[in-house]
Write a protein that binds this ligand. Structure first.
Ligand SMILES: [Zn+2]
Ligand SMILES: [Zn+2]
Length: 330
């Protein structure tokens, strides 16, 4: 395996990709049809693999792991327990799967790991152990709050308090909403996350997440309950956006599960021999390293528009430093 094919490791053991962080061409101007087409349908691209995987997961959850709306309204209490158990199992499978592969079995050692060091025991964490602390906040606070939002929405759909768009009524709108969910996810995350960096909220809640300077998969949803309430509140958008519960589940399960991949601490996953797939969330890794950059990650250039973008280059690093120095002197 040759990790230098995609990036370099410095003397201090920090690996950085050669490619600069960039947004997809969705918002670039003038539009370039060919580039946009490749970005949409390439691999990795907008659809493949992650957005399709999350959409398929939502369809499976709705079909096989969610009560029908009629039975939900008939015995809500019972179904709350079932949905909580389902989400706990999903979280253990996804967060635990990444953790097992990369951190327990260490299938690829430190290849493509941004920080060469493995997380260490530290008294800043509950139980003096980063993984145990992270699992605690994920399973005791994160998953129940995710479940509460999901149950509230299912109840609203079941009792016809909000508009439900079915496939047979609006097939095009139904499919388009699947395209929209990744954008809602990202924009919602940016504003929730940005507000959590408001100093009083940061001290009260978000600093708990930021104790993970060298994050692992379980760090993703390791947040203070106040942060969980803010973070998952994007789901409430479906109170005003007419959709099907499957779209709400698509968003909720992304919010609940995607942070595992967002915090693996690895840029690529080896798939055998010299081949590897891109699992990069380098923008968010830099956020954990430098705190005041890259509040969002992905397709919508919100950080660029609001002046907090760090693309991984020395120039962006210098710009960040001068921004911080200016604020502290002003
Ligand atoms: Zn994070
Ligand atoms: Zn943050």
């Amino acid at each position: 395996m040759d990790e230098s094919k995609y990036g370099k490791r410095d003397k201090r053991g920090h690996w950085a990709p050669d490619a600069r962080i960039s947004y997809g061409p969705f918002f670039s101007w003038p539009p370039q049809a060919k580039v946009l087409f490749k970005w949409l349908f390439g691999f990795p691209g907008y659809f493949l693999p992650w957005n399709v995987l999350y959409a398929v997961l939502a369809i499976l959850i709705w079909q096989f792991l969610t009560p029908s709306l009629e039975s939900f309204s008939a015995s809500t209490g019972f179904w709350v327990g079932v949905i909580l158990a389902r989400n706990i199992v999903l979280a253990i499978l996804v967060y635990g799967g990444w953790h097992l592969w990369l951190y327990i079995w260490r299938k690829q050692g430190t290849a493509y790991k941004y920080n060469e060091k493995w997380p260490k025991d530290s008294s800043v964490f509950l139980f003096k152990n980063q993984t145990a602390d992270n699992m605690f906040w994920t399973l005791v606070s994160g998953v129940p709050i995710w479940t509460a939002y999901e149950v509230l929405m299912l109840w609203a759909y079941a009792s016809e308090r909000i508009t439900l768009v079915s496939f047979s009524d609006h097939p095009i709108g139904f499919i388009l909403l699947f395209f929209l969910v990744p954008f809602i996810h990202e924009v919602g995350f940016y504003f929730a996350h940005r507000s959590l960096h408001w100093p009083p909220l940061y001290k009260l809640a978000h600093q708990l997440h930021h104790r993970n300077i060298n994050p692992g998969p379980w760090s993703g949803l390791s947040m203070h309950p106040i942060e969980h309430i803010i973070y998952f509140s994007t789901i409430l958008l479906f109170l005003i956006v007419p959709a099907h519960p499957i779209h709400m589940i698509n968003l909720a399960s992304r919010l609940g599960l995607a942070p595992a991949q967002g915090h693996t601490g690895f840029d690529r996953m080896q798939t055998g021999g010299d081949s590897s797939v891109d699992i990069s969330y380098y923008a968010h890794y830099l956020h954990h390293k430098h705190f005041e950059v890259n509040y969002a990650d992905g397709m919508v250039p919100l950080d660029k528009w609001f002046g907090s973008f760090h693309d991984g280059s020395p120039e962006a690093h210098a710009a960040m430093r001068s921004r911080i120095a200016k604020r502290h002197s002003g």
